[in-house]
Design a protein around this ligand. Structure first.
Ligand SMILES: C[S@@+](CC[C@H](N)C(=O)[O-])C[C@H]1O[C@@H](n2cnc3c(N)ncnc32)[C@H](O)[C@@H]1O
Length: 251
């Protein structure tokens, strides 16, 4: 997909410089807003004064930690969160999140890791940029999110390569690939969809994850995704209502 970078209308000098920097980083063209004509097959990255977003097919992708907020408030009110249950966190673990995406689950995990940290891998340079940039605007975020973000390190890489090269071990390794059978009910996910890597997690990937995990490997998928047929997990945690399962492997 073609990508161009521009600014919002009437940009300040700093915004234009930042847009040029972003275009350079992504290796794509910068177009001044006045000269922008969006083509159908193109995505437009917009550098605004306070955020970066990407527009494709009329949908705007930007960083917003709403899902983390809902899930944390559910936990605070005594409900179980299936991911946290699957990881069985004590609070001091180093978690490798192989598929950072919007960063919502990385934020949730990092909040429950006061003495640990999350290393979040994202293959798409554009998603990494938008999420990382959004996470920097701490003044716009709840305090607990800003604190959690201090314990997240983002790396742009293909996790399939990363796990095979890693000389480091992690307490937990988590992977949440794009679903084989998406439900399209999350507008945040839908707006990110044009930019995601949609590859499947393979059994071989899981075997490598087991080698670099000290405690647990957790794989998230829809109940009807093929990984639950292809791999025999120690247990699968989830709810029939959401249709989502977290496959757990205890090391
Ligand atoms: C379902 S989303 C993850 C959502 C995330 N758990 C959250 O809370 O926002 C999957 C993300 O993983 C990324 N991804 C898929 N395959 C990848 C790979 N091989 N290496 C790194 N990132 C990958 C996709 O680009 C996408 O952003």
């Amino acid at each position: 997909m073609k990508i161009v970078v521009t600014t919002s209308h009437k940009p300040g000098r700093q915004q234009v410089l930042r847009a040029l920097e972003v275009a350079n980083k992504l290796g794509v063209r910068y177009v001044s807003r006045r000269h922008l004509v969006q083509r159908e097959d193109e995505a437009v990255v917009v550098v605004e004064s306070d955020k970066i977003s990407a527009v494709k097919d009329g949908k705007r992708f930007f960083f917003h930690p709403s899902l983390a907020v809902i899930r944390k408030s559910n936990v605070d009110s005594g409900q179980k969160d299936h991911l946290l249950e699957a990881l069985d966190l004590k609070g001091n673990e180093r978690v490798l999140d192989c598929t950072l995406g919007l960063g919502s689950e990385a934020i949730l995990m990092a909040h429950f890791l006061p003495n640990g940290m999350v290393i979040g891998i994202e293959k798409s340079p554009l998603i990494k940029l938008i999420v990382e940039e959004g996470m920097k605007r701490k003044d716009k975020l709840y305090k607990w999110i800003a604190k959690a973000i201090e314990r997240i390190k983002i790396v742009q890489a293909d996790y399939k390569e990363f796990i095979r090269k890693s000389s480091e071990k992690f307490d937990c390794v988590y992977v949440d690939p794009m679903f084989e059978h998406p439900s399209y009910d999350s507008s945040a996910m839908n707006s990110m969809r044009p930019f995601t890597d949609n590859s499947n997690v393979s059994v071989e990937d899981i075997e490598i994850m087991k080698k670099i995990a000290k405690k647990r490997v957790v794989v998230k998928a829809k109940w009807n995704d093929s990984i639950f047929d292809r791999y025999d997990f120690d247990k699968v945690i989830g709810s029939a209502k959401s249709g989502i399962g977290y496959g757990v492997i205890k090391i």
